[in-house]
Design a protein around this ligand. Sequence first.
Ligand code: SAM
Length: 277
Amino acid sequence: MNNKFSISNFNLLFKNDNLNVLKELEKTHQNAIKCIYIDPPYNTGFDREHYRDTLSRNDWKQMMQERLLLMRPLLTEDGSIWISIDDSEIHNLKIVLEKVFGKENYLATVTWQHKINWKNYTGKFHLDHTYIVSFQKSNKFKFLNDKKPKTVWLEGEVGNQAEAIQESIQIFGHDNVFCTPKPERLIKTIVELTTNPGDIVLDCFAGSGTTGAVAQKLQRRWILIEMGEQCETHVLKRIKQISSQSDPTNIIHNADNSFYYFHNLKDYNSFTQHAFL
Ligand SMILES: C[S@@+](CC[C@H](N)C(=O)[O-])C[C@H]1O[C@@H](n2cnc3c(N)ncnc32)[C@H](O)[C@@H]1O
């Protein structure tokens, strides 16, 4: 049996720095992943309840470049990558993405209307949008069902920040709400545009596990990586909740929810070496 092919059949959750895990996935998941969605710390200069967000510009750029270089080979030739970001680093992100994926593979920068209750922005504007930057691995990429998405995604169509917080309260309770979740409808839009049931979706900045939950409900396979305690307090809990059929959100999901959880990469190594003997 071919190990590379077989390991792709499993949903995987890792608690670790994604740099270490991506190096492992390079051995097991080359050309295997159809869609990467990530929502990294935006480098806003303010630490969050669940993660740090205060790197220097250069450190942030280097952190992203190192990881994006490892992500690209994991994509199938018809795969794509989608990255949530705001004004703080979008300029640096695009420079790094062009370097790693090539200018010719740029798809679009989607503007997402993430808020209707605006907050002050540089003191002179109200802020009501952030971005999702997308690149294809090669020109073999196609949107599914010949869909041609627009570059502006309105909150009525894909959800907003308030909806995401509401979902997080429903799933984790008021006392354990995740600080910066994304709405499931936003991730659903990306997953349905870019993957078929059975395809693998990777999110290596998993946060509270929105991407895994949506992928699971849409019968996609998933790989999630999160280094913070929220890997257990949020991601693990959320995924288990789906399997126990007590998920309070309303995307229809399938019941087959087996997954492997690794908080030690040595365990993943022995799993890949021995699982198929
Ligand atoms: C903005 S949050 C993601 C939120 C997520 N989209 C959701 O809906 O819940 C970013 C996450 O990336 C994680 N993170 C940051 N650097 C990481 C790294 N090097 N390896 C793994 N996870 C990392 C943080 O701990 C944080 O939970």
